[in-house]
Write a protein that binds this ligand. Structure first.
Ligand SMILES: [Zn+2]
Length: 476
């Protein structure tokens, strides 16, 4: 009995050692991106410097997970099977994590080009509210689907859709288009119904969101839910309800804050609480709060929000277009805030992440007359990827090519008339890059763009959006 025990115990040790020393070949579908001229892993443990750079590398993923990054041509190890691997030749190209768009309103592709000379209040009045009231389920689907196609084109793999959907039909069209896109998405659910004048539907809304999470979000591995509100006196009860629901569900709470120059003082001057005061009264200023824009914050407010772990979505293109101002990004960085970049829907007219990075760098340099100011090239590449993941508290799942993380990966081909010749590719991604240079986009290991072509057929999506827009524009 004793010797039998000893025998089985030693076998266990041998088997365990064998498993550790020579892992079994992967059992799922393995994809190998082979021969990349540069792999930007965003993980210092995987390569050189803070961006984890690997010159000449191969990237392997299995099903939806990153398996490994190895020097080009190196034997991948026993966990990669000898046969059945899909190999994609990426010689001469750059492999990096997909872009994270931390703030968008996806149906607003409908109002591209609207109110191009307006500030935020005029744009909201003439473009946003007028059209939102006219949208049905299929219209919403059409515009969200168009926006998601554009996001895939530019290399976005995760998007936050702060959904301004006044009706359940709009929510239904919105979520259907997000699911059809193949993107990883965060749906920020805004409560329209509850105001200081009438909050009688609060329970109904709460139930609808809880049910939505159960049926649409939880079964979908690419979906994440946030609650959203707008901290102004009219919506104070909704701010409290949505912040409380976020706490109850263990999810994040997402608001716009101090975007326009009048936002910090408009309410105070009329004897009402400020936006920050309203968030405080809702017990919402904590590490589950994501704020959008945050252009007009004092340094004391930045320090207070940073100390409470509040995160920020920075939208430089939108802030330029609407004359909103320039966010104090270097001060936020110094205070230790986690910041991501956002495209912000119809207020910037484009989904171009390269343009967004240029604006994030350029606005600070142009206003401070200092080319060394934060963010530099490496900083903005991080903001657009891992920084965005951190702003969404998803950094353990996405944002870098770390083994075990989800395979949200893009491939950029720099051998193009707008990009070549090679000088410093990191700078060239930021200052020369265009969506056309993005050759491959994978979300959770699934290709959405291959060899420069978005796989979803664009013609019917465009036609559907044009038809819906023509209907909604009548009488404008
Ligand atoms: Zn917004």
């Amino acid at each position: 009995m004793k010797s039998q025990f000893r025998c089985s115990f030693s076998w266990r040790v041998v088997l365990l050692a064998a498993a550790v020393l020579s892992p079994l070949p992967a059992s799922g579908k393995v994809v190998a991106l082979k021969g990349a001229a540069l792999v930007m892993t965003m993980d210092p443990m995987q390569g050189e410097g803070p961006l984890g750079l690997v010159a000449d590398g191969d990237v392997y993923f299995e099903n939806d997970r990153i398996l490994k990054v190895v020097p080009a041509g190196a034997p991948p190890g026993p966990d990669v099977p000898a046969f059945g691997v899909e190999t994609i030749d990426v010689r001469g190209m750059i492999v990096m994590p997909g872009f994270v768009d931390t703030h968008n309103h996806l149906w607003q592709s409908l109002i591209r080009g609207c109110g191009t000379d307006a500030e935020l209040p005029g744009w909201l009045r003439d473009c946003m509210f007028k059209t939102a009231a006219r949208l049905g389920e299929d219209d919403t689907y059409a515009f969200v689907r168009l926006s998601t196609l554009d996001l895939v084109r530019t290399g976005v793999t995760t998007v936050v859709d702060w959904s301004i959907a006044p009706s359940p039909e709009m929510v239904a069209g919105n979520i259907r288009a997000l699911k059809d896109s193949g993107l990883r998405y965060v749906y920020a659910y805004f409560d329209w119904d509850c105001t200081v004048e009438d909050c009688s539907k609060a329970n109904e809304t709460r139930q609808r969101i809880v049910e939505f999470k159960k049926t649409q979000i939880d079964p979908d591995p690419l979906a994440i839910l946030q609650t959203a509100s707008h901290p102004v006196p009219l919506y104070e009860p909704a701010v409290k309800n949505m912040a409380a629901l976020a706490r109850e569900l263990g999810i994040d709470f997402n608001v716009h804050l101090h975007e326009h120059k009048d936002d910090p003082h408009g309410a105070i001057n009329n004897g009402f609480p400020s936006q920050i005061e309203l968030l405080g009264r809702a017990d919402a200023i904590n590490d589950r709060l994501l704020i959008n824009h945050a252009v007009h914050l004092t340094e004391a407010e930045i320090k207070m929000l940073a100390a409470r772990g509040v995160r920020v979505a920075h939208n430089p293109l939108s802030n330029m277009r609407l004359a909103s101002g320039v966010m104090k990004l270097p001060e936020m960085r110094a205070a230790g805030m986690r910041v991501g970049l956002g495209l912000d829907g119809g207020a910037n007219d484009t989904s171009d992440m390269f343009n967004l990075m240029r604006a994030a760098v350029g606005l600070q340099r142009a206003t401070r007359l200092d080319a060394g100011v934060y963010p530099g090239v490496a900083d903005v590449l991080r903001l657009a990827t891992l920084g965005g993941a951190e702003a969404l508290r998803l950094e353990s799942r996405i944002g870098s090519l770390t083994p075990g993380k989800e395979a949200d990966v893009i491939v950029i081909d720099p051998r193009a008339v707008n990009f070549a010749p090679r000088w410093d590719w990191l700078g060239q991604i930021v200052f020369n890059g265009q969506p056309e240079n993005v050759k491959y986009v994978f979300v959770a290991g699934r290709a959405l763009k291959r060899d420069g072509r978005v796989l979803a057929e664009s013609a019917p999506i465009l036609a559907r959006a044009e038809a819906a827009a023509a209907k909604i524009r009548v009488g404008f």
